[in-house]
Write a new protein. Structure first.
Length: 325
């Protein structure tokens, strides 16, 4: 029931029709499968021991290409033109022909002058249509998002912290990262003196409250996610009260706090200073308190020299170094 509800919710999320394929250029291909992972031993006092076993028959083994298909360069070029992007993306997330998932640039079919083509993996097919007809809605690619949106820096959350801890990362590492993050956050919001201090403070509060981004999203409407102004969690949660444990790091403020951030920005732009304006001082005090509480509650640990982007496993460059697309 839970999976059904999730699939139903996906069908109602915002997409942008960007491209129509010829039925003959929509190809269905099998997934690439790897070894079967077998858990040999796991106790409360020891970590699990895993063994890889070669698949014995078709359909067995780990699906290495789960939800990830291929799309040619011509199709990505047309999508970029449709959205007004400066360069074509190397990966797109969307829906077409009863399938959903991520499609990455084909390894060989990269010419921008070829007809648009797409290759759909078996794991991506959610609805098996009897046939595809030219001009039907099923051959139109509905874009959800594309890979030109890269968030810098990346953040850990409760799920990634748990995953890393279970795989041997010491808790002291997370404590040090959390302490450093809180220190940097507090320092950035209380640096009120020196050259350029107020413009820098304005920029930090603006990013924290997503004020400018929210205004752009209102203008873009349904294109927000497709052109990189929002991600799935930000769009699906408009007007929704979701579990704060699952908040996305880029979703920095609640809607009820937007007026506060806008008021702080207006006061700073008007030439007021927190040290000389009691009103701005009190508002900044609340901004700092809220920011520190959110940082602690959400475990949104910043990872320096990192970025968030679409990543899928690829071929090995050599024996020990996997390649990510």
């Amino acid at each position: 029931m839970s999976k059904w509800a999730t699939r139903f919710d996906l069908g109602l999320s915002t997409t942008v029709p960007v491209l129509e394929f010829e039925p003959g250029n929509i190809n269905f291909i099998p997934d690439i499968r790897g070894c079967i992972i077998v858990c040999l031993k796991q106790t409360h006092h020891s970590r699990a021991v895993f063994l890889t076993v070669a698949p014995q028959k078709e359909g067995e083994g780990t699906t290495l290409t789960d939800g990830c298909g291929l799309i040619n360069g011509a199709a990505l070029t047309l999508i970029a033109r449709r959205l007004g992007l400066s360069s074509r993306p190397t990966a797109v997330q969307g829906r077409v022909a009863g399938a959903k998932g991520l499609w990455i640039l084909h390894g060989e079919d990269r010419s921008p002058t070829e007809p648009p083509r797409i290759w759909i993996r078996a794991s991506q097919r959610k609805i098996k249509l009897p046939s595809l007809e030219a001009g039907s809605a099923h051959v139109i690619f509905d874009l959800v998002s594309q890979s030109t949106r890269i968030t810098v820096p990346a953040h850990l959350n409760t799920q990634t912290v748990t995953n890393l801890a279970e795989n041997g990362v010491d808790s002291q590492v997370f404590q040090e990262l959390m302490r450093a993050g809180l220190t940097d956050l507090f320092t950035s919001l209380t640096q009120w003196d020196g050259p350029g201090a107020m413009p820098l403070l304005w920029n930090i509060v603006n990013n924290m409250g997503s004020v400018t981004k929210t205004r752009l999203q209102r203008i873009a409407h349904g294109l927000s996610r497709a052109i990189g102004l929002a991600n799935r969690l930000e769009m699906d949660r408009e007007g929704d009260g979701d579990d704060p444990e699952e908040d996305d790091p880029s979703l920095d403020s609640d809607e009820s706090e937007k007026p506060l951030y806008e008021a702080v920005l207006a006061l700073i732009q008007g030439g007021f200073h927190p040290k000389s304006s009691p009103i701005l001082y009190e508002k900044m005090r609340y901004v700092i308190k809220t920011a520190l509480e959110r940082h602690l509650r959400g475990y949104h640990i910043e990872v320096r020299q990192s970025a968030e982007a679409f990543v899928v496993p690829g071929a090995y460059i050599d024996r020990d170094i996997p390649h990510a697309c």
